[in-house]
Design a binder for this molecule. Sequence first.
Ligand SMILES: Nc1ncnc2c1ncn2[C@@H]1O[C@H](COP(=O)(O)OP(=O)(O)OP(=O)(O)O)[C@@H](O)[C@H]1O
Ligand SMILES: [Mg+2]
Length: 451
Amino acid sequence: MIQFKKVEKNIGGNSLFKCENIVLSDSGKIGIVGNNGSGKSTLMKMLAGLDDEYEGEIINNEWTIYVEQIHETSQESGGEQSKREINEAIILDPSVLILDEPTSNLDTKNINWLINRLKRKDGLTIIVSHDREFLKQTVDAVIEFDNQQIKKYNYDYETYLAVKQQEVEAQNNQYNAQQRETKKLKAEIQKRKERAAKLQHTTNIKSGASDAKARAFGGRIAGQEKRMNSKAKAIESRIENQEKVEQYKKAKPIKLISTDDANAARGTIFNIEHHLVKDLFEIDNLKLQFGEKVVLIGENKSGKTTFLKQIMNGDIETSERARMSYFAQNLKNLDEQKSIIENVMLTTKQDIQTARNILGALGFRRDAIDKQVEILSGGELVKASLAKVLLSDSNFLILDEPTNFLDIQAIIALEGFINNYEGAVIIVSHDQTFINNINVKKWEIERDKLR
Ligand SMILES: Nc1ncnc2c1ncn2[C@@H]1O[C@H](COP(=O)(O)OP(=O)(O)OP(=O)(O)O)[C@@H](O)[C@H]1O
Ligand SMILES: [Mg+2]
């Protein structure tokens, strides 16, 4: 059994998250969900005993294995490495297995392998994921990070989404009702105060005539005035004493606007005939035009990244007018010692406001852009690297699995960017929802051929 008691994590004097008291039993599949940078990996490290700097208490006496979030290294493809590490951990059969974004590098076939493998697995499995389809098929409870709060929902993923939506609606209805009520009460106060002031005025006039009648009248009015004022005070304190309902804070999506110049080049970028991509696959004939967008699909190890590298390094001849920009899984375009905004500004012709807009759309609001790259979360790293590519002076983007590790908001922002971009794009992706939402044609590597 695992227990979280009043757990709270602060970083640099700011609260990263507060956790309600949570108990986890010895079996089941728990999904961990929340935006990039909300603290999911941090909590997993705490649970695995790799981080003990926090308030409150975590009780976990179980044998725990934590398979960390991985980004591709140069040796193995991200997919291969992920599958190997996950498989090794499952075989060891610990009481608690924590998988941090296990599907990020896996192709559809391997994701299905994992889903089936997890179904047959005993013990407690805790899975951090942004992959909605995967979560739907695996977890029976959800731990959610939202607005610095961690909460557990004892439902499968789809039911959790429905319950969450109801909660948000209920909260906003309560909030709106309270706002209306407060407004009404305030108008009431105003009315009473005005009446009291009028009475005061009347008393002043009448008290000019100094006979007993007038004094009695004045006294009566003064009593009324007092009552009006105290009634107003009573209403005021009623407003103050009511329990304030907060409006549900939903980060507003900002549109990612493309930055390239309108007079994008026209014509052919490359025209490949009878080409072998190493011993991986063969291309009979393949043409890419300026402004054209394609998604490149193929299993893990089919050679997608190798092909993209051949385009980048000149093995495949491209037009002289092509200005290429490459997003790679290894995120090597970032200088760890610099901030996000410094990294981006190094390679862009855009002004700082445009850079801020793009970073904002991806989820870096206000001073978040000043964060050192060194301390970023897995998804934040991808966002910084991607923003640098999107802002570069180019008319041909090559994006190798850009949605891995991204939270849902950022994926939606990227969809909009690609649909508005006027240059050419080649994207590798296994994310079915993402592919469906962008306007692209398909190139597929199948049985050693690209078609
Ligand atoms: N030393 C530090 N100083 C300031 N902020 C830090 C430091 N170390 C980590 N952070 C921040 O803590 C936050 C939580 O990181 P964590 O890796 O737990 O996020 P996550 O929820 O796993 O995100 P992702 O979905 O991107 O993997 C990030 O915003 C990160 O930048
Ligand atoms: Mg993480």
